[in-house]
Design a protein around this ligand. Structure first.
Ligand SMILES: *Cc1c(COP(=O)(O)O)cnc(C)c1O
Length: 353
């Protein structure tokens, strides 16, 4: 376990003693926000989070708000990048902790962390980032980037499920534990650790260290080929930034179609995609991330996410680009959302699924 702690810490330029193992990234995010709030106390604590956070940050912040903690939501632009002027404005109100996701899990936007941390520190606020999607994919150095707290997990980088970790800068970030008991994890997370999971996490990081640099280029190429091909379809748009995005993420908006219908048809063709975030696919509401970048309800519901990984290749992209246009055409032909002029005169045959 201590060897794994060393290996994982090294990939982010941290010391082993700065890593607290948890049962998930969700728990690490809870520990960062609640641990900070409990330490600061209600009267002093003021947390600012972006509007495109993962539900484990968003709902933790919302809950803290019900407990009397001051919470500010920071807007993003149409690409999903934090609006820096609004951040500066918010920081004038004694914000104690800012939390902004590094690589967004839905639209892939990657934030300019160095710029954000500098501004936060200038105003005396700590900075936390949820780096679950970027750690092991993009280079991260917590010291160079001036990150005070950072959340990661194992299973988003081919490791086992059920293990996460919180990095905390021992020089300035102080937290109260959420779970009290023995002195495990430097007194910040009591309970016997998940040793097999943690060892698996360490092994996953060891493998990533050798793979990630080449893979970033390979995936970026595949991603851009997918984006180029899909955007050739009419009334189809890219969600998120064209280049400042995770190498494995592509998210599109298709006019006149429900993303959920696309997910089902693509699944039938052996292509696994997601509308909204994987963690909230059961939720009926449109994705808060897509609404935050300015999409209307209907536009958000017409969006679809592709995630690539190390087992994908050019053939997969070719196959998607071969199958997708037909599916899109068919769904549009029977869509009530389609503008009148484009509705085919013959009644479209509805095929059973
Ligand atoms: C998956 C994910 C999480 C939650 O991770 P768990 O380990 O399943 O709790 C948190 N943040 C982001 C950005 C994610 O993609």
């Amino acid at each position: 376990m201590e060897q794994a702690r060393e290996t994982i810490a090294r990939l982010m330029g941290a010391k082993a003693t700065e890593l607290v193992f948890t049962g998930s990234a969700t728990e690490a995010n809870n520990l960062a926000l609640k641990g900070h709030a409990f330490r600061e106390g209600k009267s002093k604590c003021h947390i600012a989070i972006s509007e495109i956070e993962h539900s484990s940050i968003l709902n933790t912040a919302r809950w803290l708000e019900t407990q009397g903690v001051r919470v500010t939501f920071l807007p993003v632009d149409k690409y999903g990048l934090l609006k820096i002027a609004q951040l500066e404005e918010a920081l004038k109100k004694q914000v104690t902790l800012v939390s902004v996701v590094h690589g967004n899990n839905e639209i892939g936007s990657v934030q300019p962390i160095e710029i954000i941390t500098k501004i936060c520190h200038k105003h005396g606020a700590l900075f936390h980032t949820d780096a679950v999607q970027s750690f092991g994919k993009l280079p991260i150095d917590v010291n160079q980037m001036n990150i005070d707290l950072m959340t990661i997990n194992a299973h988003k980088m081919y490791g086992p499920k059920g293990v996460g970790a919180l990095y905390l800068n021992r020089d300035n970030a102080e937290l109260d534990p959420l779970i009290h008991g023995g002195g495990h994890e430097f007194g910040l997370r009591a309970g016997t650790e998940n040793v097999p999971g943690i060892v698996g996490f360490g092994k996953a990081v060891e493998l990533r260290r050798n793979e990630m640099q080449d893979e970033e280029h390979v995936l970026t190429k595949l991603r851009d080929a997918l984006i180029k091909g899909v955007l050739e379809l009419k009334d189809t748009y890219l969600n998120g930034h064209p280049s400042k995005r995770l190498p494995n993420n592509a998210n599109f908006r298709f006019s006149y179609i429900e993303g959920e219908a696309l997910v089902l048809d693509l699944d039938g063709a052996g292509i696994a995609t997601s509308s909204g975030s994987a963690c909230s696919s059961m939720a009926k509401e449109a994705s808060h991330v897509l609404l935050a970048i300015g999409l209307k309800q209907e536009e958000a519901r017409g969006s679809l996410r592709f995630s690539l990984g190390k087992y994908n290749n050019e053939e997969d992209i070719d196959y998607i680009l071969q199958v997708l246009p037909e599916i899109v055409k068919r769904l549009r032909s029977m869509s009530p959302l389609q503008p009148k002029a484009e509705t085919p005169q013959t009644s479209a045959k509805v095929e059973g699924r």
